[in-house]
Design a protein around this ligand. Sequence first.
Ligand code: GRG
Length: 298
Amino acid sequence: MTTSDFATWSDQALTRVEQALTDWVPVDAPAGLGEAMRYAVLDGGKRVRPLLVLAAADAVEGHPDAALRAACAVELIHAYSLVHDDMPCMDNDVLRRGKPTVHVQFGEAQALLAGDALQALAFELLTPEPSEVPASMQAELCRALARAAGGAGMAGGQAIDLASVGQPLTEEALRHMHMLKTGALLEGSVRMGAACAQQALSAAAHAGLVRYGAAMGLAFQVVDDILDVTADSIVLGKTAGKDAAADKPTYVSVLGLDASRALAARLGDEAQSALDDSDLANVAYLRALADRVVNRNN
Ligand code: GRG
């Protein structure tokens, strides 16, 4: 596969995801809620998680409708988490994706509700009625997403993160926090793509994909921490008005910049080696996505 094959696949995948999100996030939720939900989701974001779902589904010849729904569902959970994470009770950010954050634009109560409604919508998307997607596949997708987003995943990691402000963390504790807070949803994206398989996967294929997802999840956060100190965060529209966040431990604060870069490269290698060990033939998009995540500059 050439770089341009991947670019073509990725552009087409992103167009499908964008269109589906535009169609599925309701305009008409009452009293301005729909507007706040659409503001939080549309016109922004790298859509890394949907691409991981679709690339993993491609590798296992997954059910196309289930894969598109899973790709959108995980992005809705991600969008909800960003809305809540930006609120004054958490990171208190005023800019996200180059725009005012949802609570700045719509008020805190509406931001809370928009996050809640996006979370619920994610599970509604996974369980359409009627549907060609087998009920067992729908249930597996819901289970994978719920586990990734809940107390054993993203929300649990966020709780650890909030409790660690101002605390020195060991590398192991930092790894654990990030595996949950950021890694679980990225790994969950790969698990959801795998759950779209229409035939039972071999143990090697499943294990390889899970290992790949775990490496990608941590790599994403390590690179995020590196970019926080090397990129112009105001230009990226990521942060402004941070208070507690400035005092949070990161890979760069715990390991230093050079060791963080080396760790990101090792995790990229680990992701590739996990794919080598899977018995899947069609993993070129997953390989290219691993390169994109490790070498990204935003
Ligand atoms: C509020 C339950 C709850 C969880 C929040 C995801 C998260 C947990 C917090 C986000 C805080 C943050 C900025 C973490 C760094 C890594 C990360 C998830 C960055 C944002 O993800 P990207 O880069 O964002 O995929 P885009 O805008 O491209 O979608």
